[in-house]
Design a protein around this ligand. Sequence first.
Ligand code: AQP
Length: 345
Amino acid sequence: MAQYEKRVFSGVQPTGNLHLGNYLGAIKRFADLQSSYECIYCIVDMHAVTARWTDPTELRTHVREVAAAYIATGINPKEHVIFVQSQVAEHAELAWVFNCVARMGWLNRMTQFKDKAGKNSENVSVGLFDYPVLMAADILLYRAHYVPVGEVQKQHMELTRDIAQKFNIDWADSIAAHGFGEAYFPIPEALIQGEATRVMSLRDGAKKMSKSDLSDYSRINLTDSVDAIRQKIRKAKTDPEPLPLDHKGFAGRPEAENLVSIFAALTQTSVDDVLKEYGGTQFSAFKAALADAAVEHLAPINAEMRRLLADPAYIDDVLQNGAEKAKVIAAETMRAVRDIVGFRN
Ligand code: AQP
């Protein structure tokens, strides 16, 4: 394996319906980072059960789907690490230590919990509330420097940084005494980049595109056929006005802004450039161009995912190898953390 100075970590939940938002907001950039950093990409099945338990067979199928998406989008599993969170017990172990570092007030401020729990906060699992602490453990277990994520994870990334900082301060003497210098955990940086860091639902520009949306027409799935992609874009909600000439024209038009941002991200241009070309155009013409761009971009990924999913033994092999590599790093971190906090090794 090549030597890299810095490490990247990110994860995706195997909750089915992997969509264009997951792709443009996160997965698309995973492969781009592998030439500069050591990359560790996780399939976070322990997060996937925080909202509800899934049928075990379905969960394993969804795990393979995320692995297939990682490989199909260009991540090289020989050079980098693709693995499943529940195969590395240290994620849960470090999360416990961090449960005793994080403060209730910090977690009470997490807006994603409020959104996901809604009016049902007394009845959701403790795991859903604690999700951001487990996420901090995922990242810091590998002492990662960079974390490519969508905009929705911004607040959780700030919490991860707070946990790393508090751990480093609370245990500063022990960290130094054990030869780790001034700080044990690096303070990780979120990479929230691109023109589509928050892709919205195709049915409602005020709602994020989401795996759990009951309407399949709200999202483009990475496994959608060419016909389905074209039909979903044709039916996407818009308004009767033509495309605006500049950014200001998006005021009160979230669906228009969403489709233009998706087009910019897919064609690797900027929203401004898209408006230069399509400003004043009717949506019917723009949607046809958007559908072409989406198909051109997603069809090869879709075909490669299908090819990989037809060979589950290969995917399982990649995941087993990945878990073995991840376990080496995770064990080293936990050994150090046990020394630092006074647990026995
Ligand atoms: N709509 C989105 N636009 C941009 N990025 C997004 N991400 C998720 N939705 C969008 C990013 O995808 C990565 C993996 O997400 P996740 O599996 O942790 O799921 P999530 O953030 O809870 O959102 P989902 O996928 O839509 O699932 P549900 O239905 O459970 O809410 C993350 O980097 C995320 O930011």
